[in-house]
Design a protein around this ligand. Structure first.
Ligand code: SF4
Length: 331
């Protein structure tokens, strides 16, 4: 099994949820690849399947009702083995050593992912002791160093505090300290700055960049914010209704966007230069997840939709090296 120099390579991933009302095809044929040290931005509006893709990589899909029904997630582990995460037992030893140790995740709202009844120190120490061969005292010292590294003042005192005693920005820093305390190969950051105010957002993004360089890890940056993508990503995958619509370097994505959905997204961002101009809206509504349209999923909202768009799903094609788009206009 080969990952071809990629740390992680997701191929034809399909994760569905079987509900009483019907089947939700939340992730439907997703392809992603991330190299060591790279930042891949995954951008799309709420409900497009970004977080379900991340949870699939972590083997954290609640089952039932969710299930990975097809595809592979090839991962190069610390021992140099190529593993297909989809084939691993979610509760097995191998997956538990990957999850939190080699692949870590931070979430939008740390208050919901930190346990309110334990101090942040207890939680970070537990993560370190689970994945690294350290005594409690060594783990405590390492946790203090990590809190210091992420810019939490007075880490020796703060380690004994509970999540509710920290501000939103400090909680997110504590989450980052916990995620990075085991030196993961890949950090999945799911909307890490959405719940923070803008000045703290910039600080947290800057911190993540610094730590990425220090630890040499890859980052999968999930966001609906194209500004965050422009700030952080090397390459970007644009998602819409469970599918990747465009993949390119961040430079090409902003300078030569191809997919009608991405073009419309970019036209809907306010800019100082466009003062007084009306912002564009993407017409129509996101379709019901229980009944996606036939053919291209963006067709009901696309101003360029033609007959074939409503009949057949376009394949992804490479327009130039490293720039792929899934749209009949480019076939
Ligand atoms: Fe629009 Fe057709 Fe392209 Fe879909 S395939 S984005 S409907 S032009």
């Amino acid at each position: 099994m080969e990952t071809n120099s990629y740390l992680i390579k997701v191929k034809d991933l399909c994760t569905y949820f079987y509900t009483d009302e019907g089947t939700v095809r939340a992730v439907d044929g997703v392809e992603l690849k991330i190299r060591s040290g790279e930042t891949l931005g995954v951008v799309g509006e709420s409900g497009c399947g970004k977080s379900v893709t991340a949870l699939s990589i972590m083997q954290l899909i609640p089952s039932p009702p969710g299930k990975i029904i097809r595809g592979s997630i090839l991962y190069q582990n610390n021992k140099g083995e190529s593993l297909d995460i989809v084939q691993l037992d979610p509760r097995g030893k191998k997956m538990r050593s990957i999850r939190g140790g080699e692949i870590a995740m931070i979430f939008q709202e740390p208050m919901t992912s930190l346990n309110p009844i334990y101090t942040i120190g207890d939680q970070i120490i537990e993560a370190i002791m689970t994945h690294r061969n350290m005594t409690r005292q060594e783990a405590r010292e390492h946790a203090i160093r990590m809190l210091d590294r992420v810019g939490i003042p007075g880490p020796k005192q703060r380690i004994n505090e509970y999540p509710h005693q920290l501000s939103g920005g400090m909680r997110q820093r504590a989450m980052i300290a916990m995620a990075l305390s085991c030196h993961p190969n890949l950090l999945i950051a799911d909307e890490p700055t959405t719940a923070l105010d803008v000045t703290v957002q910039a600080q947290v993004l800057e911190l993540m960049k610094e730590l990425q360089q220090e630890f040499g890890m890859a980052i999968m940056m999930i966001t609906h914010n194209l500004g965050v993508i422009a700030e952080t990503a090397d390459n970007v995958s644009v998602m819409y209704l469970g599918k990747i619509m465009e993949y390119a370097s961040a430079h090409d994505l902003f300078h030569n966007p191809l997919h009608p959905y991405l073009k419309a997204l970019l036209r809907s961002i306010p800019s100082l230069a466009g003062k007084g101009q009306k912002l564009e809206v993407i017409k129509g509504m996101v379709p019901d997840p229980l009944s996606f349209p036939q053919g291209c999923r963006f067709a009901p909202r696309c101003r360029y939709a033609r007959k074939i768009c409503k009949q057949e799903d376009p394949p992804a094609v490479e327009i130039e090296k490293g720039h792929q788009v899934k749209c009949w206009l480019y076939q």
